[in-house]
Design a protein around this ligand. Structure first.
Ligand code: ADP
Ligand code: TRP
Length: 329
């Protein structure tokens, strides 16, 4: 069972990224040792990041973030997307068997345009490249947040179009895998997202992080009155960070009244520090040793590329593309 996911280097990682995606990536490396692939989707980020030094910086940052958060390079392959140029070739081949209507239906394309991102062909073709990322490794399971599920469904369709067109079963149908943090709220209660300016970032210093947490929006119920945990943004974070017993305790405290939102926020800030404090220290150490981080990425890419090359060999054969072996050792 092969697990694969990608994360775009397009800004600082935040709690929504961690709880919605990264946490399960790290967990799955233990369940599927040597068969988990995680890549830094830098070709994808070209649709939004147009500053080369910034893209290089953000790419390094994602590698540091993942390693600091517990990605173990002896278990999972961590690599840059651009070290596997074959994915762009597969994306083109998928484009030739995919109807344009499928891409026009993508929610994320419509959302991004609505947010003012230029509607380039790259943005429109994004699901083709994402499908290629998944199919080129014959991935079975793709852990993502809910907003990415439509892209996985499109990938399933594209695998079918290719296999039907060329009467083969080379491309494997992947399944999405969601965890319990479908939508993590930001400090204003909307979905936490870089583009809404409402994030709690993973590796900010403790003080500003605490300040952000203390500023989470709550309703005006007074301290004495009972409160509804289900509609509270702070409780939503407690539920994702605390142990089961502690969640039950907070639920009771909310319903009983006599508790202020400030207490719940303070506890979220503590849990945040307990969860990410050590990772912050690890990240600092890693950042001072860029060569070993580079070695990890190169090693990951070598292993991933072996798989990608095998699949591309079969794909080219199936559709009649000839390449000279002496030019492609
Ligand atoms: P952003 O919305 O900040 O730009 P991305 O779109 O880069 O975040 O998301 C990267 C990954 O993190 C995706 O798998 C996405 O589903 C997940 N993710 C992002 N924000 C959230 C959130 N608020 N709740 C749950 N998952 C999220
Ligand atoms: N589109 C994903 C996001 O914005 C990132 C991504 C690119 C991805 N290729 C992928 C995720 C392949 C899973 C599988 O978060």
């Amino acid at each position: 069972m092969r697990v694969l996911s990608g994360i775009q280097p397009s800004g600082k990682l935040h709690l929504g990224n961690y709880l919605g995606a990264i946490r399960q990536h790290i967990e799955l490396q233990h369940e599927h040792p040597n068969d988990a692939l995680y890549f830094i989707a830098n070709y994808h980020s070209l649709t939004t990041v147009r500053d080369p030094e910034l893209l290089r910086q953000l790419t390094r940052d994602v590698a540091l973030d993942y390693l600091a958060l517990g990605l173990d390079p002896t278990k999972a392959m961590l690599f840059r997307q651009s070290d596997i140029p074959e994915v762009t070739e597969l994306a083109w081949i998928l484009a030739t068997v995919t109807g344009k209507g499928l891409l026009e239906r993508a929610h994320s394309y419509k959302d991004k345009i609505a947010r003012g991102i230029a509607p380039s062909m790259g943005l429109m073709s994004y699901p083709l490249l994402m499908a290629a990322d998944i199919l080129i490794y014959r991935s079975n399971l793709v852990p993502v947040g809910r907003d990415q599920v439509q892209h996985i469904e499109m990938t399933q369709d594209m695998a079918g179009y290719f296999n039907n067109t060329y009467k083969c079963d080379i491309l494997v149908r992947p399944e999405p895998r969601l965890n319990n943090a479908h939508v993590v709220p930001g400090i204003d209660g909307q979905k936490m997202s870089k583009s809404y300016g409402n994030t709690i970032d993973l590796f900010d210093a403790p003080k500003p992080t605490r300040k952000r947490i203390m500023s989470i929006k709550t309703d005006s119920t007074s301290v004495e009155d009972p409160k509804n945990p289900e509609s509270c943004n702070v409780f939503a974070l407690l539920r994702l960070l605390a142990s089961k017993d502690e969640i039950t305790e907070w639920e009771q405290r909310y319903r009983a009244g006599g508790m202020g939102y400030g207490d719940a926020k303070k506890r979220v800030a503590e849990l945040y520090e307990e969860t990410f404090g050590q990772a912050r220290d690890r990240r600092e150490k890693l950042a001072s040793d860029p060569d070993s981080v580079e070695d990890i990425l190169v090693e990951g890419a070598k292993r991933a590329r072996t798989i990608a090359r095998e699949v591309m060999h079969d794909v080219r054969n199936a559709c009649g593309l000839v390449i000279a072996p002496e030019l492609h050792p």
